[in-house]
Design a protein around this ligand. Sequence first.
Ligand code: LMR
Length: 315
Amino acid sequence: SLLYSIAKGDVFGQDQPIILILLDIPPMLPVLDGVVMELQDCALPLLMEVIPTDKVEVGFKDIDAAILVGSMPRKEGMERKDLLKANVAIFKTQGSALDKYAKKSVKVLVVGNPANTNCLIASKSAPSIPKENFSCLTRLDHNRACSQVAMRCGVSSGHVKNVIIWGNHSSTQYPDVHHAKVNVAGSEKAAYEAVKNDAWLRGDFISTVQQRGAAVIKARKLSSAMSAAKAICDHMRDIWFGTKEGEFISMGVYASGNSYGIPEDLIYSFPVQIKNKSWKIVDGLEINDFSRAKMDATAAELVEERDTALDFLSK
Ligand code: LMR
């Protein structure tokens, strides 16, 4: 789902030739060969080369962008701690490899769950790469929130902007539309005014977005693929080309120096604007008591995940 969009120029632009390096675990190499054949058979003009590998020294060599999609999925009977432990091992290895082999300007997007904490571990394992170069995916949640509001207002999601996902890419995330705008019949309204249903916005809207990943898994028996790929492309394209004037998007970034009282040393999803490949947290948005409590709850979950993960990292 992801590779086709990247290889045809949707992310890095229509003038940018691309070399795709596909890193996977050894048992997946025969499958990867099939993916390589399909990419070749697409005859995409921008695609210069596809390199399948199971070696990090090949996978991370001199790369400009890294999309870390794979992680250890939670299996039946697995404790949250076991999941964190397995993923600390993966993201420590990948962070160290980035540190050793990638360009120092590499932009790293972590998708594999638990994405925020995996991103933190990768960054801590790559001390020579600026920590601002690391981010994790909450754009899928952001797009889900836009779409829910749009459907409610009878417009397309292109008419909704400035929703915010605060915190963790988990069921504690807080989808917030207090600063969102909806364009209805040519006039821009605050989302609360356009939706005209505060109970829905404070209730089912939030739980629908929080639980959407699980709902897709339940229906498809597989986790989201098309929508996750689209969100990854949106996220990386905005890093490369910047966000639109007057708009912000959500991504998980280092909380250091944020003005919202979120504990430092977390990868927390904030509203950000991006220019010249650098993101900046949108400061000074008014936060009411309802939002405050939800922002703190998701921060508390991330602090707990971080402390458990750092404990494993130090062993
Ligand atoms: C999603 O939000 O769709 C995924 O993160 C769900 C999952 O656990 O794979």
